[in-house]
Write a new protein. Structure first.
Length: 169
């Protein structure tokens, strides 16, 4: 199997800023959460997906949404993309969905001003009034690397600097 990427934690400073922007917590609390972050990994040798683990406990009632700063960034070789999906069991049981349907992490996101910090925004879209509860350290999303190609006449030379929506400015 060819190795084409590497997961890393963002800096503690980056995580603390982003976590405090998402949740009303103290700096000390955010640092404690950072120290417990696990890098994504596969569950078995046959798994395609790398599980992303919840940095904190969260509960979502039907219709509720949460934006989770994962504390993770990913160095990806050119020609590859990381796609983020909900864990299939959570999607099947609770209709847990990503707000952007599929998260796309491009290889040049790694060098952005935000250190390529991966956020995952999910919604409990249950139509059966099921409440989703995820504990810190549990897998809630998965990332799958896919190879892609470009057109023969592609001459793009723009450089990314940012996350959501940064390539349409």
């Amino acid at each position: 199997m060819r190795k084409i990427a590497r997961f890393e934690k963002v800096s503690v400073e980056r995580f603390v800023k982003d976590y405090m922007d998402s949740f009303a917590v103290s700096k000390e609390c955010a640092v404690e959460v950072y120290e417990g972050i696990k890098k994504p990994q596969r569950a078995t040798v046959g798994s395609a997906g790398y599980d992303f683990y919840a940095p904190c406990d969260f509960t979502l009632a039907p219709g509720e949404t949460i934006k989770i700063p994962t504390g993770i960034r990913c160095y990806i070789h050119d020609g590859w993309v990381l796609q983020i999906f909900p864990r299939s069991g959570l999607g099947f049981k609770y209709r847990l969905q990503l707000n952007n349907t599929v998260g796309i992490i491009d290889s040049d996101y790694y060098g952005s001003d935000n250190e390529g910090h991966i956020f995952i925004k999910i919604t409990n879209d249950s139509n059966e009034n099921k409440i989703v509860s995820v504990k810190m350290g549990e897998g809630f999303a998965q990332g799958i690397f896919l190879e892609y190609g470009i057109c023969e006449d592609d001459d793009v030379c723009e450089i990314r600097n940012g996350g959501f929506g940064s390539t349409t400015k």
